[in-house]
Write a protein that binds this ligand. Structure first.
Ligand SMILES: *Cc1c(COP(=O)(O)O)cnc(C)c1O
Length: 362
C-alpha cells in the first residue's frame, strides 16, 4: 500500500477549540467549511460536538452533510442562501443564516417560513467583499425585526487584515462596525482566528453571549507570518507523512528530477518520497523547503512531481529505504512550508487529496 497519509489528531483539535474560547471569553463557532479545511468536516464535527457552541460552513450543501451525519446544534451558513428556494431547507434543518445582501432581506420578507429564523446580519465594515453598507445596516436590522420571520439576530462583520499585527485597519473596521450598529442590543461576532489570537487589545470586550469564528487556528496553524505568543500555544492537527521509497547516491554535478532544477554540489544521497502535487503538496515548494526524515530535519531538493518528491539524505546516514517522512505536522509546521511555497497554510490543507485521512484521539 502507498505509504502517503494524513494523520488527524482530534485531541489537538479540541485543545485548539478550547484556546479560542479561552482567548476570547466568548462562545465559539467552529469554522469547518471546505471539509474542515481538508481535515474532514464530519469527523471534526463529531470530535468537537460535545464542546462546541456551534459550527460554521460555507453553504447549505456542507450543512446538510453534517445534519445527515447526525450533527445537531447550531450550524451557520457563512454566505447564507445562494437562492431563495433554500429557505425551506434552512427552516427544516434549523440552520442559521448570514444575511449579507439586500436581495436576501427581500427573500426572507417574501418567504413562507413558519418557524422564525436565526440570522447573522453582516456589515461591510471595510473589507468590501460581502455585507450590508454601514449606512443601510440599521434599516436592514429593523426590516428583519419587522418581517416576523426572524427570532434572533447576531451582528456580524469580518476583518480583511487581522493577520497583519501592526496594521491599524482592524481597529478602523471595528470602529466603523460599532458606530454603524450603535444602539442595537444584540450579540456580536467579528473575530476570526487572527483576531482571536492577535488582537486582545481591540476595543471590543466580548460578552459571554458574543461569538468568535475560529477557523485556521482550530487546525493548529498560525495565521501570522511572524512569531506570536498565543499562536505558539496551538497544536498542529494534521500530520502529512509518507516514506522513502528509493535512495540514490549521486556524485557532484548531477541533476535531479524534472527540468534539472537541482544539481548536486557535493556527493549527494537523494531520498525519493511517495508524495507529490497530486496529493496536494505544493508544486511550487522550492529546494530548501523543510521536511523531517525519521525525526531529523532536512530539505526538499528539485522539482516536486505528481506522485513523488526528492529530499536530501546526505547528512542523515541512518535514514534510508522505509524511513518515515513528515511533510508537515508537529515538527515541520505547515505555515513554514506555506511560506516557502509562497502560499498560506489554509491553501495547503484545502488542497489535500488522494491521501487517506487517519483519525487519532477520537
Ligand atoms: C472562513 C471564515 C472564518 C474563519 O477564518 P479563519 O481565518 O480561518 O479563522 C471566519 N469568518 C468568516 C465569515 C469566514 O468566512
Amino acid at each position: 500500500m502507498r505509504p502517503a497519509r494524513a494523520l488527524i489528531d482530534l485531541q489537538a483539535l479540541r485543545h485548539n477549540y478550547q484556546l479560542a474560547r479561552e482567548a476570547s471569553g466568548a462562545r465559539a463557532l467552529a469554522v469547518i467549511k471546505a471539509d474542515a479545511y481538508g481535515h474532514g468536516a464530519v469527523r471534526c464535527a463529531q470530535a468537537l460536538q460535545r464542546d462546541a457552541d456551534g459550527f460554521a460552513v460555507a453553504c447549505i450543501e456542507e450543512a446538510l452533510q453534517l445534519r445527515e451525519a447526525g450533527i445537531g446544534g447550531p450550524i451557520l451558513l457563512l454566505e447564507g442562501f445562494f437562492e431563495a428556494d433554500e429557505l425551506p431547507l434552512i427552516e427544516q434543518h434549523e440552520l442559521w443564516c448570514v444575511v449579507h445582501s439586500p436581495w436576501q432581506l427581500d427573500a426572507i420578507e417574501r418567504s413562507a417560513v413558519r418557524r422564525p429564523l436565526t440570522v447573522w446580519l453582516k456589515m461591510d465594515s471595510g473589507m468590501h467583499r460581502v455585507g450590508l453598507h454601514p449606512t443601510a445596516y440599521q434599516a436592514a436590522y429593523q426590516r428583519l425585526l419587522a418581517s416576523g420571520r426572524v427570532a434572533n439576530i447576531t451582528l456580524m462583520s469580518h476583518f480583511a487584515r487581522a493577520d497583519e499585527l501592526d496594521c491599524p485597519r482592524s481597529e478602523e473596521q471595528l470602529a466603523m462596525f460599532q458606530h454603524a450598529s450603535q444602539g442595537i442590543a444584540a450579540p456580536v461576532s467579528v473575530r476570526n482566528s487572527p483576531a482571536v489570537l492577535g488582537w486582545p487589545q481591540l476595543e471590543l470586550k466580548e460578552q459571554p453571549s458574543d461569538w468568535v469564528r475560529p477557523g485556521i487556528m482550530l487546525y493548529g496553524a498560525t495565521p501570522f507570518d511572524q512569531a506570536q505568543a498565543m499562536a505558539a500555544r496551538l497544536q498542529p492537527v494534521m500530520t502529512l507523512e509518507s516514506k522513502i521509497i528509493s535512495v540514490r547516491e549521486l556524485p557532484a554535478g548531477e541533476p535531479v528530477g524534472y527540468g534539472a532544477r537541482f544539481v548536486s554540489e557535493r556527493p549527494t544521497r537523494v531520498g525519493v518520497v511517495a508524495m507529490g502535487y497530486a496529493d496536494g503538496y505544493p508544486r511550487h515548494a522550492p529546494t530548501g523547503t523543510p521536511v523531517a526524515v525519521d525525526g531529523q530535519l532536512t530539505w526538499l531538493i528539485g522539482r516536486v512531481s505528481m506522485d513523488m518528491l526528492t529530499v536530501d539524505l546526505t547528512d542523515l546516514p541512518h535514514t534510508g529505504l522505509g524511513s518515515r517522512v513528515e511533510l508537515w505536522g508537529k515538527q515541520v509546521l505547515a505555515s513554514d512550508v506555506a511560506q516557502q511555497a509562497d502560499t498560506i497554510p489554509y491553501q495547503l490543507f484545502c488542497n489535500l487529496k488522494r491521501v487517506p485521512l487517519l483519525y487519532l484521539g477520537g
